[in-house]
Design a protein around this ligand. Structure first.
Ligand code: AMP
Ligand code: MG
Length: 300
């Protein structure tokens, strides 16, 4: 995943803790080996290479994740879209820090993305692309999925207090540390990471932040982020960071990316789709307030 995964957990002794860590990291490794675009033999790379020529059967768990991702495309009007792969590449964000694409390359990438180009057949559990050049990119939902899977594995082994984090952008909390009400997670200001904007007490829930990695490039004072608005084919402008809470990290991860594209005005509807959901936006202060909270726990 090109990032660090950190797990804190309570266990009766260190040997048990080691076993638990191994189980949890095996789940993380499975997700990385399955979804990575940077590994030629991952399931997603296999799909990207072959699903335009034939319907490719995938394992039930991956099929379930793809279904969930396409459902997010549907309910966000295409703001969340795992077919942004060609656009991410055209804008130079695949293994790079971004650049303006030549207009022909951009036009081609636009024609190769769009969630309706992915056909899922639940009967055969197959995936097929409707056009040459389609490439899935699960970067906006895979980290959350990895956390949910690792947390499930730990729960099945009896863990009742753990905090799992990926790259300081997504967290999932199991229970609470002994004697406390939850795990304290800070949301910091992308302009000054020493400044804490909000503190959330997580308990059997998740929090994901999009944009905090500071992946963007600037030309003539315009800032282009690594999150693409699939409806225009261009990077989102004007948004610095979006944090979302939700029960499952798969949902908070997908929603933080979607709301980075959609902005605060569309937040209420999406947040009402599940319990304990809230969003905290940090925008470039051009017009209106820089920080906007929607259904945010404890307000602001
Ligand atoms: P996240 O940090 O979870 O917001 O994910 C950002 C990553 O998701 C980017 O680096 C791209 O690989 C991919 N991505 C960019 N724009 C979108 C989008 N509109 N929908 C889904 N994935 C996207
Ligand atoms: Mg995301």
């Amino acid at each position: 995943m090109g990032t660090t995964v950190e797990i804190l957990l309570w266990a009766p002794n260190s040997q048990r803790a080691s076993e638990l860590f191994e189980t949890a990291f095996a789940e993380i490794d499975y997700v990385d080996a399955t979804l990575s675009n940077y590994k030629a033999n991952s399931e997603v790379s296999r799909l990207n290479a072959t699903a335009v020529r034939e319907a490719v059967t995938v394992d039930p768990e991956v099929f379930g994740l793809l279904k969930r991702a396409l459902e997010y495309s549907r309910i966000t009007g295409g703001a969340f879209d795992i077919t942004v792969g060609p656009l991410v590449k055209a804008w130079g964000f695949f293994g790079g820090t971004g650049r303006l694409p030549p207009s022909r390359a951009l036009a081609r990438a636009r024609s190769q993305s769009g969630w309706s180009l992915v056909l899922l057949d639940p009967e055969d559990r197959t995936v097929r692309f409707r056009r040459e050049g389609v490439e899935l990119d699960l970067g906006a939902i895979g980290k959350g999925w990895a956390l949910d899977r690792a947390a499930d594995a730990l729960r099945r082994l009896g863990v009742s207090a753990a905090l799992l984090g990926v790259g300081e952008s997504s967290y999932y909390a199991i229970g609470a540390p002994p004697g406390l009400n939850g795990w304290q997670v800070n949301v910091t200001d992308p302009a000054d990471t020493n400044r804490v904007l909000a503190t959330v007490l997580l308990r059997d829930g998740s929090l994901s932040t999009s944009g905090a990695t500071q992946q963007f490039f600037e030309i003539d004072g315009r800032r282009y982020s690594h999150i693409i608005d699939p409806r225009t084919g261009s990077p989102v402008e004007g948004m610095e960071q979006v944090t979302v809470t939700a029960v499952e990290a798969t949902d908070s991860d997908a929603l933080s990316t979607a709301l980075f594209v959609l902005g605060p005005d569309s937040a209420s509807v999406l947040l009402s789709g599940g319990p304990n959901r809230g969003a905290l936006f940090v925008r470039e202060a051009r017009a209106g307030p820089r920080i906007v909270a929607v259904e945010w726990p404890g307000g602001r």
